[in-house]
Design a protein around this ligand. Structure first.
Ligand code: ADP
Ligand code: MG
Length: 357
């Protein structure tokens, strides 16, 4: 990696835990028999019209505030593209006027704090899910037929997009992992999503490019889609760093494209060419009015934010007198709350730690 500066950008999608979908009364629930949580809006039937879910807006605002973003009046837009699991042939999303923008999250890596800048957090609807049957890989190529389940279509998502992250150096894989992990903790603490990566409630896309050190010019990026565990985020960044460096060192050029992540082999393979936003022909959604949350509402929601999970951990560690290693084990084992409750009942912190571990 000598001579190269790694630049990463992370896009995280989280499904918001509302009772119903973003634009209709169909149930927002994981699983269920295929095509049972649907209605005319989820299916994009002619004449059906969207009605915005107020709860989804509330949850999105709380995420934005927790990420130190500015919350502003926003607008929905149509992002036009074709997917069989998106029956309207456009995704209702937000584009140039997202609900929250310009924030940051401080991420801790090996005791060092790293500031990740958030470009924006916007609301959008999820797509349905295709299952390709008969091929070897589970992908559409070579499949005999495909099944489409629209239960997921229209589930509210928040997409959180970072600015390009520079200066992480060889820690880029660890920073990417820590960011996604801490973002998940924050989302769980906010109670806005179950944020289970194994159920696809939380999905991460990893953008990466290399630029010659000190040049200040961004290189061509690749976007590895749907990297669905913390460890995979770290591995995908490391793999792409090395792949880019090998190509560039050999005098080759990086092609702007999406890449598939292979969990089993730890490599990425070519997906589709990815151009910039103009190809989506975004335009304002004519069937929805702009979303203009009042100042009072935003301030009321700010009052509901929980203690930041990183600060909370630091506070508890200090109160309990745990070493960094002890605290790390306790967090990894998911017993922080249990220890907190046991200590509140009068147990000694070290005794509670040993018992729960
Ligand atoms: P797209 O529609 O292509 O997904 P987004 O704006 O949603 O575009 O996300 C692009 C992500 O890639 C952002 O996190 C951004 O910071 C990051 N990014 C942009 N340019 C580069 C680059 N040259 N190298 C690495 N990451 C980049
Ligand atoms: Mg994106």
């Amino acid at each position: 990696m000598e001579g190269w500066e790694t630049v990463i950008g992370l896009e995280v999608h989280a499904e918001l835990a509302t009772a119903t979908k973003l634009f209709s009364g169909a149930r927002n629930e994981f699983g269920g028999d295929p095509n049972t949580h649907i209605d005319p809006v989820s299916l994009g039937l002619p004449g059906s019209l969207p009605v915005l879910n107020e709860k989804a807006v509330e949850l999105a605002i709380r995420v934005g505030l927790a990420l130190n973003c500015r919350v502003q009046p926003s607008e929905f837009a149509r992002k036009n593209y074709f997917y069989p699991d998106m029956p309207k042939n456009f995704q209702t999303s937000q584009y140039d006027e997202p609900i929250a923008f310009d924030g940051y999250m401080d991420v801790e890596v090996d005791g060092e704090t790293f500031r990740v800048e958030i470009e924006r957090a916007h609301m959008e609807e999820d797509t349905g899910k295709s299952t390709h049957v008969g091929g070897a890989t589970g992908r559409i190529h070579g499949a005999d037929y495909s099944l489409v389940d629209y239960n997921r279509a229209g589930i509210p998502l928040i997409e959180i997009v970072t600015r390009p992250i520079l200066g992480a150096g060889e820690k880029a894989p660890a920073v990417a992992r820590a960011y996604v992990q801490q973002l998940r903790d924050l989302i769980v603490a906010l109670g806005v999503s179950e944020a289970r990566m194994d159920q696809g409630n939380l999905r991460a896309d990893v953008n990466l490019s290399l630029s010659p050190k000190g040049s200040g010019v961004l290189g061509t990026r690749t976007e590895t889609k749907n990297v669905n565990s913390f460890r995979s985020v770290e591995r995908a960044v490391r793999f792409e760093m090395q792949r880019h460096a090998a190509i560039l060192d050999a005098g080759g050029a990086i092609f702007q494209e999406t890449r598939h992540w292979h969990e089993d082999t730890g490599i990425t393979t070519s997906g589709r060419p990815k151009s910039d936003a103009d190809d989506y022909r975004y335009f304002p959604e004519p069937d929805l009015v702009p979303v203009a949350p009042s100042r009072e509402w935003v301030e009321e929601l700010r009052g509901t934010l929980p203690e930041n999970p990183v600060e909370r951990r630091a506070r508890l560690q200090e109160a309990w007198g745990f070493t960094d290693l002890e605290m790390r084990d306790v967090v990894a084992a998911g017993v922080v709350e249990a220890i907190e409750e046991t200590v509140a009942e009068g147990a000694a912190p070290q005794a509670a730690r040993k018992w729960w571990l």
